[in-house]
Design a protein around this ligand. Structure first.
Ligand code: COD
Ligand code: ZN
Length: 376
């Protein structure tokens, strides 16, 4: 029996409060309104950004359904939707692409004005929610909300992908992989033969390592305080790895020593800490080095740094979701994965049933996982 046009009752992991486990609840998911799409989620990764919300460093309105790195199948569409149809395999987009705003129209931008990251409202673009639980409306997360069997997104925030692609792998293209890989290839535009340093070797940092390698970097230095991350970083392309805790000097000085006093050409911050953002900037060449911030900083945090770091010629950039225009790029990234241009398996350290979501978060916090993928 078709569920189109009807409210669907299903399971979801609800974030009621910060610093508390998610609660698996039965929720109601309203049908999609005009220009909206209801998706049956089949696989979703647990990302550092979801954890930033639960730890309280990324402030959002609660209760909320988190999750933003997923893949699924379209269950039904609202009036006027032409980009997807029921049965299509899709990736929800944490950064939508409306196609009309100035960032969408500019070849250098990807942060569509329809995004719900820079000023989180936690609602559909029309200002309402499609989720309820125990009579209470639940907020949406960054245009997606994927820790649920069914979600509703605006048509600007979903893209069709190759139906042959394994959803439990390509879900990572929805955030972690694309964020790191694109930061190297799109945002920094790493050049052949260059020297790179990647701060933070979680899923995002390891994907930046892969991007640097794909760009032909000759040295890729991984930086992490957890040395158990080093073996995988090397497997994916890091030429050496350093643990800042092994040195008395600041890590930027260590990186200068490692590069004959030159500094690296490109550095990437995939930790989400202001001190490491400055260290990454200070690690790159004082004249033509470029440093890219990927880590989401704690809400309302401020940075105080020596402006000489920039005056001499360094470039400091940010990159949301790897700078990709998601509707244009994700189907192509899925094809590239199918064409074996890059791997995703090494990033997936655990695959768990959706009900074990809190176990997945524990694995992330303890540093034991790169990515846990939850399947439904
Ligand atoms: N020095 C060195 N390494 C450190 C330090 C430190 N002081 N502190 C922590 N680390 C290491 C940890 O050991 C860990 O290996 C790594 O940093 C962080 O990895 P994870 O696994 O916690 O996080 P990821 O890889 O999932 O990364 C997530 C970010 C922290 C980068 C997070 O901010 C993010 O997801 N940013 C992407 C933002 C984005 O564009 N999202 C799209 C829309 S939401
Ligand atoms: Zn993410």
């Amino acid at each position: 029996m078709s569920t189109a046009g009807k409210v669907i009752k299903c399971k979801a992991a609800v974030a009621w409060e910060i610093q508390k486990p998610l609660v698996i609840e039965q929720i109601e998911v309203a049908p999609p309104k005009d220009h909206e799409v209801r998706i049956k989620i089949l696989a979703t990764g647990i990302c550092g950004t979801d954890n930033h919300v639960l730890s309280g460093t990324f402030a959002v309105p609660l209760p909320m359904i988190l999750g933003h790195e997923a893949a699924g199948v379209v269950e039904s569409v609202g009036e006027g939707v032409t980009c997807v149809k029921p049965g299509d395999h899709v990736i929800p987009l944490a950064v939508p692409q409306c196609g009309n705003c100035s960032p969408c129209q500019n070849s250098r931008g990807n942060l569509c004005t329809q995004n719900d990251i820079t000023r989180v409202r936690g609602l559909m673009p029309d200002g309402t929610s499609r989720f309820t639980c125990k009579g209470k409306a639940l907020h949406h997360f960054v245009s997606t909300s994927t820790f649920t069997e069914y979600t509703v997104v605006h048509e600007n925030a979903v893209v069709k992908i190759d139906a042959a692609a394994p959803l439990e792998k390509v879900c990572l293209i929805g955030c972690g992989f694309s964020t790191g890989y694109g930061a190297a290839l799109q945002t920094a535009q790493v050049e052949h033969g260059s020297t790179c340093a990647v701060f933070g070797l979680g899923g995002v940092g390891l994907s930046a390592v892969m991007g640097c390698k794909a760009a032909g970097a000759s040295r890729i230095i991984g930086v992490d305080i957890n040395k158990s991350k080093f073996a995988k970083a090397k497997e994916l392309g890091a030429t050496e790895c350093v643990n800042p805790l092994d040195y008395k000097k600041p890590i930027n000085e260590v990186l200068f020593d490692m590069t004959d006093g030159e500094g690296v050409d490109y550095s990437f911050e995939a930790i989400g800490r202001t001190d490491t953002m400055i260290a990454a900037l200070a690690s790159c060449h004082e004249n033509f080095g470029t440093s890219v911030i990927m880590g989401v900083p704690p809400s309302a945090s401020k940075i105080c740094f020596d402006p000489m770091l920039l005056f001499t010629g360094r470039t400091w950039k940010g990159s949301v979701l790897g700078g990709w225009k998601c509707k244009d790029s994700f189907p192509k990234l899925v094809s590239d994965f199918m064409g074996k241009k890059f791997v995703l398996n090494p990033l997936i350290t655990q695959t768990l049933p959706f009900e074990k979501i809190n176990e997945g978060f524990e694995l992330l916090r303890s540093g034991k996982s790169i990515r846990t993928v939850l399947t439904f």
